[in-house]
Design a protein around this ligand. Structure first.
Ligand code: NAG
Ligand code: NAG
Ligand code: NAG
Length: 349
């Protein structure tokens, strides 16, 4: 059990009367406490007594955090990806410029996107159109951690997540987050630039990094204007995709995850500035631990080292049509698997 931290308790609960072992006693008490609804809704953290292992029991509405079997993030195992040649590039069909508020949430960095700077995506694994709502930047205290998703057990120093909601079926984020096909998230892993060439591409974060000094303290925000999504993101052609959940309470299992093959580069200085200037609660690692994949289908269109060409593959799909239909696609691992992929391989094309 990590150090007990009283700063995360909701107002009006006298933290010092409690010890971690009394958590369960406290939980049964919570209904009788005069804590306002909104403070319980916000009462979760990345470590300690309100950390990830407790999210599911802190609030009955968050039970999926513990009971769900399609949770995120996951460790992406390159040997059990299903290659799906039908996955097309993600398309940005509307918008480019993002205006919004960069917020120090006390857990990390969030960019709430203004309603009128809407960005809409579709295609790839998405059957609907999805509009942007916010972005979250996850990072760690050291270079060897920070991303939520891992590739072959390897963490990256950070992960930028762009959250979209299904704007064809639903009115707003809140509604979509609870409904089927509600959300889509584009996740981009962060690499530290290790050559001057990579450093020159590490400009995506400039506008975010420049704002950091204005949001040093929890609850502060700063207007961010005219950030181009096309300039921010690497190519949307190749990715890994699976059905999962929000990586924070209430952990709704309504998210189509799209983890891009290409990373974003940040310089060591940019990351240090974020780590050191932003005052957040707890220890500064703001990512959820890996969740079980539970036989979910994790698909990719990243062409790597495999023994057939696409033509041969579609031929073999036709030839094996009957057998293919009989099997659960993801159970059929022998068909085509994605090879390769130590850490640095990920950004090759
Ligand atoms: C969005 O709305 C804000 C406030 O109403 C306004 O200042 C801004 O210019 C608008 N941006 C766009 C892209 O329309
Ligand atoms: C979201 O949409 C639902 C359904 O139309 C509506 O009831 C709710 O008030 C909306 N919430 C917000 C925050 O706008
Ligand atoms: C692909 O071919 C190589 C060399 O021909 C072989 O070693 C490897 O086992 C093959 N992989 C699969 C998945 O068949």
């Amino acid at each position: 059990m990590r150090k007990f931290d009283c700063s995360k308790w909701p107002n009006r609960v006298n933290c010092f009367n409690f010890f971690p072992l009394q958590l369960f006693a406290l939980l049964s008490l919570q209904v009788t406490l005069t804590v306002s609804h909104s403070s319980w809704d916000q009462w979760w953290a990345y470590d300690g007594i309100s950390g990830p292992s407790y999210w599911g029991i802190l609030n009955p509405k968050w039970s999926h955090c513990t009971k769900g079997r399609k949770q995120s993030p996951i460790d992406i195992n390159p040997d059990s990806l299903l290659f799906d040649p039908g996955l097309e590039s993600i398309q940005i069909i509307k918008g480019d410029i993002i205006n919004g508020d960069l917020i120090n949430t006390g857990r990390g960095l969030k960019l709430g996107v203004d309603i009128n700077s809407s960005i809409t995506i579709t295609s790839g694994p998405l059957s609907y159109q999805y509009s942007i709502n916010h972005m979250i930047f996850h990072y760690g205290t050291q270079d060897d951690r920070g991303s939520e998703h891992r590739i072959n057990g390897v963490s990256f120093p950070g992960e930028l997540q762009l959250y979209f909601y299904n704007s064809q079926l639903y009115h707003n984020w809140t509604q979509a987050a609870q409904e089927s096909n509600g959300l889509a998230v584009i996740a981009v892993l962060i690499h530290i630039a290790s050559s001057s060439e990579e450093e020159t591409t590490a400009t995506s974060f400039n506008s975010i990094v420049k704002s950091i000094e204005h949001i040093k303290y929890k609850g502060t925000s700063h207007k961010l204007e005219s950030m181009s999504i096309h300039k921010l993101l690497p190519t949307l052609d190749h990715y890994i995709t699976y059905e999962g959940s929000l990586t924070e309470p209430p952990c709704h299992e309504t998210v189509q995850w799209i983890v891009l093959n290409k990373p974003l580069y940040a310089t060591y200085q940019q990351l240090s500035l974020i780590r050191n200037s932003l005052n957040i609660d707890g220890y500064g690692d703001n990512y959820r631990p890996i969740q079980l994949t539970n036989y979910r289908c994790v698909r990719t269109n990243i062409l790597r080292e495999f023994n057939t060409t696409i033509d041969e593959m579609s031929q073999s799909m036709k030839d094996n049509h009957h057998e293919f239909n009989k099997k659960r696609i993801c159970g059929n691992k022998g068909y085509v698997t994605y090879k390769a992929n130590i850490k640095r391989d990920l950004d090759g094309d």
